[in-house]
Structures are given as C-alpha cells and as structure tokens.
Design a protein around this ligand. Structure first.
Ligand SMILES: C[S@@+](CC[C@H](N)C(=O)[O-])C[C@H]1O[C@@H](n2cnc3c(N)ncnc32)[C@H](O)[C@@H]1O
Length: 220
C-alpha cells in the first residue's frame, strides 16, 4: 500500500526544521565537534602540501556552521595559505544564512567564498557541459548524501575531481532511532550501504585506502 506520508526530501523547510530538532535532541553536534577537533586535523594534514592555494568544495554546505569550522582547521594546518571555498547548495535560504554567518565571522581574510545555488547533480552537469572540470584539494559531503539518487555515480564524479594528496570526506548518520529524526533508518542504511560498496570497489580497483570512521551518536 502506498504511504500517504510526504517525503521530507520534497519539502525543504520541513526538512530543515526536522534536522534542527534532530540536532537539538541528539549528540550529533558534540560528536561532530569531537570529530573535527580530534580526527579532521589528521585527515587534512597533507591536502595543502606544495600548494599556493587550497581549493575546498563543500557539497550541501547548509548554513555553513560546520564549513567554517573545517576552514578554521585548514587555516591552523596551513597558516597563511589562501583558501578558495566553493559551496554547492540548492537552498537559497541556507545560502543566505551561510553568507550572513560569513559576514559576522572573523579570521576569514585569506578565504575566498563562492556559492552555487544548485544540487550536486546540477553542478556535475554544468561543469561537464561547460568543460569547467577543475581539481579540488578537499571535497566534503556532510549529512547530504541521503538526497542523492545515484550515489555511486555521484561519488565517482566527485572522486575524479581530487587533486594530488586531496581528500574527500563523507559524513552520514548510520542508524537513526530518534522519533524526531528527519530520516528513517531504511534511507540512511541504504545510503550507507551504497557508500560502503563504492568504497570497497574503489579500494579493490585502486588499492587506495579509504577509511570508515564510526562516531557514536546518542540521544541527548
Ligand atoms: C542536513 S543539511 C547538512 C548541512 C551541513 N553540511 C551540515 O552538516 O551542517 C543537508 C544540506 O544538503 C542540501 N542538499 C539537499 N539536496 C542536495 C543535493 N542534491 N545536492 C547538494 N546539496 C543538497 C540541503 O539543502 C541542506 O542544506
């Protein structure tokens, strides 16, 4: 029987509100904070090696709270190196908030920002059509892959944009049991399974190490 419930993915404002409630009722932000403080510096340790500018692509950057923390870690690791931070984000509302956040934040002098109001697949189509493929030193997709229809094709495309010693970071919630969660566990588990399969195929083809890091998440 078809469900009468509308998907949160088709109602952006409702999704944003649900995600805000989820954040307020879980330890997602504390866990992310711990990840950013303890693990991220190791992950990005080499991305700026021998580079005169560090190019970062944020896919689904939302209102920029996590993005600016990532940028601060990159600045700590590579003091004084100019950063070019581009954001692919389909929500005008989120982009407006991101811009406000940048305007009121300090220590961003060496960072150039650009926002593209489009989904990851619109970005992919545009840069391929216009032959504007460029390489990036760090690409991150934090809590956004749930929205993507063809995850393997998306990961293949963004992986192909990595420069030497670049990294791609994907963050997903693996199991959600919270009633206020914006996602159901089937969606997240399908998403996680696609990423895991893609990672192991890439590792077999390229002999490249891709690491899966578990961050325990509990209700607050
Ligand atoms: C849960 S929020 C995460 C925001 C931010 N990365 C964070 O961790 O705080 C997911 C973001 O992905 C964006 N998004 C939704 N569908 C997308 C797509 N197909 N491509 C890129 N971004 C998308 C949403 O508008 C939203 O801002």
């Amino acid at each position: 029987m078809a469900s009468s419930m509308r998907s949160l993915f088709s109602d952006h404002s409702r999704y944003v509100e649900s995600f805000r409630r989820f954040l307020n009722n879980s330890t997602e932000h504390q866990c992310m904070q711990e990840f950013l403080d303890k693990k991220l510096p190791g992950i990005i340790a080499r991305i700026g090696d021998k580079k005169s500018e560090i190019k970062i692509l944020s896919i689904g950057g939302g209102a920029g709270e996590i993005d600016l923390q990532i940028l601060a870690k990159v600045q700590d690791q590579f003091p004084g190196v100019p950063i070019n931070n581009e954001v692919v984000e389909p929500s005008a509302e989120q982009i407006a908030k991101y811009k406000e956040f940048v305007a009121k934040s300090s220590n961003l002098e060496n960072i150039k920002f650009a926002w593209h109001k489009e989904t990851s697949s619109e970005y992919q189509n545009r840069v391929m059509e216009n032959k504007e493929l460029q390489k990036w030193d760090f690409i991150h997709m934090i809590q956004m892959l749930y929205y993507v229809k063809d995850i393997p094709a998306t990961l293949k495309f963004f992986h192909s944009l990595l420069a030497p010693s670049a990294k791609i970071l994907i963050v997903l919630v693996s199991v959600l049991t919270l009633t206020c969660s914006p996602l159901n566990s089937k969606q997240t588990n399908n998403c996680l399974a696609s990423v895991t399969t893609w990672m192991s195929n890439r590792n077999q083809c390229l002999g490249q190490a891709m690491e899966k890091i578990w961050i325990p998440l509990t209700p607050g």
